[in-house]
Design a protein around this ligand. Structure first.
Ligand SMILES: [Zn+2]
Length: 444
């Protein structure tokens, strides 16, 4: 063990076998061993003893809209990766839209990489985009290392990223299945949306009625049938409608290769509490009723929902008008997902092991990040140190993302991230952030 860089020690290390006292040995940026708590470090090897603070594998957030370049006034790699690190996240995968250019060609991917490289405080991977006219780009993007492809079935909110119709969806998914790729889908049915009452205005109830559960249910049913037929791998983004859980569970039992994510806002905020005009709570699909949220938690508990990721999608304040129809849709939560989920999870009888599975292990597996997502020998030495019993009140001005807007303002949350570690080095601690040391990741 003479080449050890350091040992990280805690009475609560979250490992795949459960939470236990341990000392984690790190060399060359990797976890090389998980030893007993009282294991002696070789002379000269520094020991970081976190006492009773929990040592988690760094979280993996596979749903982040960084918007850089092109809309970097909304968010950028510098601010997003700092917010992520402050939230215990050590890997994020950037969504292909809202930046200009969108990540829909290999040339665009190169622009994204060059933009991100000098600013990344944590590791960054990229999703590609599947558009009506870029099927020929999917294989080259896959070969260039994107983790999969995002598409919309209804309007995306930005003109340069049009949705796929049924014929285009089939064509793209056939192509992606041909090289063993993954399609990740914003699943709301455009016809159901068009048929819903579109009243606009500041009433949240009207906004909720404009994005009905059936739009999600219908789109998910269609997607599952196509995945079954083509034996393709698909992932349902930001599940909000709990009505879709039975059909997802049935598909999984039948061997359809479908995975599902939900988000902190669906699992911790409710429609009943959204004030009229408070468009910091607007996202699509929308935050639904408390009873729906209870069912989503049941879906998490029984494994129908695989993971929890942020869907951090910020904008400037001027785009968050008081009209739910025209305000930018997106919730900023990169830094708050862990405490928000932990606060709710502990109240519902879940453990930090569950939270780690949902927010690190499972998203890493879905995105094909084999080096991430667990504290075990061979993985990258990425960690979040969490004081689970400490609490804080969310002050938007103290968050690291670019525009200080969040639906969690004023909430008291449990779980304070006290330091964050990337490949064995502290990237955030009491003395603030270090210089950017994140790497750009490539799938497979
Ligand atoms: Zn999104």
């Amino acid at each position: 063990m003479s080449d050890l860089e350091r040992v990280l020690r805690s009475t609560r290390v979250i490992t795949p076998e459960g939470t236990r006292p341990a000392s984690v040995a790190v060399a060359a940026g990797k976890i090389v061993d998980v030893l007993p708590h009282d294991a002696e470090a070789p002379p000269g090897v520094p020991v970081e003893d976190f006492g009773d603070d929990a040592l988690l594998p760094g979280l993996v957030d596979t749903h982040v809209h960084v918007n850089d370049p092109g809309r970097s006034e909304w968010e950028g790699f510098w601010t997003a990766t700092r917010a992520a690190a402050a939230g215990g996240i050590t890997t994020l995968v950037d969504m292909p839209l809202n930046s200009l250019p969108p990540t829909t060609t290999t040339a665009h991917l190169q622009v994204k990489r060059e933009t991100a490289a000098p600013k990344a405080h944590i590791d960054v991977g990229f999703w590609g985009g599947a558009l009506p006219d870029n099927v020929h780009e999917l294989r080259p993007l896959h070969d260039a290392g994107v983790h999969g492809f995002k598409c919309f079935l209804s309007p995306s909110g930005v003109d340069e990223f049009p949705q796929l119709d049924q014929r285009q969806l089939r064509r793209s998914l056939t192509e992606i299945a041909g090289f063993g790729g993954l399609l990740i889908v914003h699943a709301e049915d455009p016809h159901q949306l068009a048929g819903a009452p579109q009243r606009g205005g500041e009433r949240y109830a009207d906004f909720l009625a404009s994005r009905p559960r059936d739009a999600e249910n219908t789109a998910i049913r269609t997607l599952i049938e196509l995945a079954r037929e083509l034996d393709a791998r698909v992932h349902v983004l930001h599940l909000s409608s709990s009505d879709a859980l039975p059909l997802i569970a049935e598909a999984k039992r039948a061997g359809v290769r479908v995975t599902v994510e939900s988000c902190p806002h669906f699992l911790t905020l409710t429609a009943e509490e959204v004030p009229d005009g408070a468009t910091e709570f607007k996202c699509c699909p929308p935050i639904r009723e408390a009873a729906n949220q209870d069912a989503l938690w049941q879906g998490l508990a029984d494994g129908t929902i695989d993971c929890v990721v942020s869907d951090h999608s910020p904008s400037t304040a001027d785009l968050k008008t008081g009209d739910f129809a025209t305000a930018w849709g997106g919730i900023s939560s990169l830094q708050l997902g862990l405490p928000a989920i932990w606060t709710e999870a502990r109240g519902r009888g879940h453990t930090l092991d569950d939270v780690v599975r949902w927010m690190s292990t499972a998203p890493a597996a879905i995105a094909g990040l084999a080096d991430k997502g667990a504290i075990e020998a061979g993985k990258d030495a990425d960690f979040a140190v969490l004081a689970p019993e400490r609490s804080f009140t969310v002050d938007p001005a103290r968050l690291q993302h670019r525009n200080p807007i969040t639906a969690y303002a004023g909430k008291t949350l449990h779980g304070v991230v006290t330091s964050t570690w990337l490949r064995g080095r502290r990237v955030l601690g009491d003395d603030g952030f270090t210089e950017p040391s994140g790497r750009l990741l490539r799938a497979h």
